[in-house]
Design a protein around this ligand. Structure first.
Ligand SMILES: O=C(O)c1ccccc1NCC(=O)[C@H](O)[C@H](O)COP(=O)(O)O
Length: 611
């Protein structure tokens, strides 16, 4: 038994032996990462190339299609690779290293090996041409036999090629496989144990499997895409730094010693787990059970520290001595300055001039912690301009500096990295609900969305769980139909901002619009690519909340529950009266930050007699 993999987002689930269109569409709804078509004539699940192509054509693009062949003539496989919809060819017979090498020039190769008593002696000869190995049980018919081999045999596997584990994987073996510690285990391949008859998959069984795997299912592609959104659109000068991060981040954050350092700081420095508080008066008022996830109780006053600690530990392991950060409300700037002080790193924070005035106490906190605060004086002098300045600075200081992005935005791997570091929020919600309610999921989770880091963390472990509704509260400002708004997903269109393809507020000729919100942490004209994806596939519901609604919600929470929330989090609270829930439903609001930094806004409102 090894260390439990907690942050492995890139886990592959291949469902193999697809034969029928309607069944394939149902399987695809469960969102496996790969679906396999067996073109081997002797298989009970064999489909013709025409059938495979017409089914594959019906499936979403982001699910990779795999053609499985056994000892076919090389020319036929090359033709197959070049003329079809497949993303991978799985060579499931006795194909030689030279054969695989030739095929790999045309398409990604998965080489399958039937295992009996030991690994093949010549595995190394296949290493440079295969994207994955697949270790299956050796049987007369090559595959699909539903039999397991002794997984201990894989302890001697030390090559760098990631592998998929296959052969009779059923629900009973999943927990053991999830704790299996071989670093090259990249996913599992399932087939006959999830069938009603050969080639017809049992959706309920697969759905149960997916629930068990949920925390591990891949949410981002290798290139950093969530569906159509994400990627890395960066200037040449940043290529080296961003590629270095992309190539190393997953390995580093999966390292048991990193996990240990990260978790120990989350516990003893941040103060995790944060409480899940039953807000009884709010629940009575709205007629369903409301819990608040108290990220406001994190050291420094918001969820921001989770990600900052993760990235700063990562930066240190990459040999960086300095960090730079952008900040809107000042929460991420304070968190960055805090961790820089803790870990002995130099810290520079870019902050819009307008935000410097709005959030003056946070500016002084950053300075007290030893950070340099540089005002962004271009554009609206807010968060977007701070990001621009930080990127500009980074271009000329790449060698020793890590750009510590504070939201789930920016080029790959930032959105995924931030999501993984913040996923501790939903991981804790699931555990705490299990203890309090006897079930590990709520009926809905609500979080505010600017760039989207607290929301991504609160949603993360529930994204693949259709029982959980995901609600994002955007900053509507003076109204989503006015120019004074930051309701990106409500009014935005596809484009590129700060290195990622996402949805943003822009003019018809592609000029980024100015964003407005009463809350400095939400007035961003873009949004993280995962939210753009969840919005586009209708997995998440994103609604605009006006400045006034957020203010009302802030005072409501203060007076009903004795908690002064940040203006950002008040947007999430303002969704409560808009939801249609049943009395037995459980709703979790991610209370992302505390209201100290917004006291001047609250004071002005009270002094004006409006509250
Ligand atoms: O599934 C088949 O019928 C098959 C026949 C010949 C070659 C490969 C075949 N399947 C390929 C796979 O990747 C299967 O998923 C793998 O063998 C595991 O199957 P199972 O033991 O049923 O889970």
């Amino acid at each position: 038994m090894g260390t439990k993999r907690i942050y492995t987002a890139n886990f592959q689930l291949k469902v193999c032996g697809i034969t029928q269109a309607e069944n394939a569409i149902e399987v695809a709804k469960l969102n496996p990462t790969m679906m396999g078509f067996i073109l081997y004539p002797k298989s009970k699940r064999c489909v013709s190339l025409e059938q495979a192509n017409s089914i594959a054509d019906l499936l979403p693009k982001h699910i990779k299609k795999v053609a499985v062949v056994v000892n076919e003539p090389l020319e036929k496989v090359i033709q197959l690779a070049e003329s079809t919809l497949f993303d991978f060819i799985q060579l499931h017979g006795n194909e030689s290293p030279e054969y695989c090498q030739t095929v790999s020039k045309h398409i990604h190769v998965i080489k399958a090996f039937g295992i009996e008593k030991q690994l093949p002696d010549n595995l190394e000869e296949y290493a440079n041409c295969c994207t994955y190995f697949l270790f299956d049980t050796k049987t007369e018919n090559f595959g699909g036999a539903g039999k397991q081999f002794d997984h201990k045999i894989l302890d001697s596997y030390h090559l760098n090629v990631p592998f998929l584990l296959s052969g009779g994987i059923d629900l009973d073996s999943i927990d053991r496989i999830l704790t299996y510690s071989n670093k090259q285990l990249a996913g599992i391949d399932v087939n006959s144990r999830y069938e009603d008859e050969p080639g017809i998959k049992n959706i309920e069984k697969l759905s149960n499997l997916i629930k068990r795997l949920r925390p591990m299912i891949k949410k981002v592609s290798k290139e950093g895409y969530y569906g159509n959104y994400g990627g890395a659109y960066i200037p040449e000068m940043l290529q080296k730094n961003v590629s270095e991060l992309a190539e190393n981040y997953q390995r580093i954050i999966d390292d048991p010693s990193f996990i240990e350092d990260f978790q120990s700081l989350l516990k003893d420095y941040v103060g995790r787990p944060t409480p899940l508080f039953h807000a009884k008066k709010l629940s009575a008022k709205y007629g369903y059970k409301i819990y608040l996830k108290r990220e406001d109780l994190c050291h420094t006053g918001s969820h921001k520290l989770n990600n900052v600690i993760g990235q700063a530990l990562l930066a240190k392991r990459l040999g960086k001595k300095k960090i730079i950060a952008e900040t809107g409300a000042g929460q991420h700037g304070v968190a960055s300055a805090t961790v820089a002080a803790l870990l002995g790193m130099e810290c520079t924070v870019f902050m819009g001039e307008v935000d410097i005035q709005r959030q003056y106490p946070n500016v002084m906190r950053m300075k007290m912690l030893g950070a340099t605060v540089i005002p962004a004086t271009s554009g609206t002098k807010t968060l977007k301009d701070a990001c621009n300045e930080a990127i500009r600075y980074w271009i000329s200081h790449t060698e020793d500096t890590h750009y510590l992005i504070g939201s789930a935005i920016g080029p790959h791997p930032y959105p995924d990295m931030v999501a993984q570091f913040q996923s501790v929020i939903s991981e804790e919600i699931a555990k705490q609900l299990q203890e309090k309610e006897g079930r590990s999921y709520p009926d809905a989770v609500i979080a505010c969305v600017g760039g989207g880091s607290n929301a991504v963390g609160a949603f993360y472990h529930f994204i693949d769980d259709e029982r959980v509704e995901l609600y994002g509260a955007e900053a509507g400002g003076c109204g989503a139909d006015t120019d004074e708004t930051a309701a990106t997903l409500t009014i935005g269109t596809d484009g590129i901002i700060h290195g990622t393809r996402t949805i943003l507020m822009q003019t018809e000729d592609g000029q980024v619009c100015d964003a407005h919100s009463i809350s400095a942490g939400l007035d961003y004209p873009g949004v993280g690519p995962l939210h753009a994806h969840l919005h586009s596939i209708k997995r998440g519901t994103y609604l605009p909340i006006t400045d006034q609604e957020a203010l009302d919600a802030a005072f409501e929470l203060t007076r009903e529950e004795g908690i002064i929330p940040a203006l950002e989090s008040s947007h999430a609270l303002a969704l409560l009266p808009k939801l249609k829930m049943k009395p037995t439903d459980i709703v979790v609001v991610n209370l992302s930050g505390r209201g100290d930094k917004d006291m001047q806004t609250y004071i002005d409102l009270m002094n004006s007699g409006k509250k």
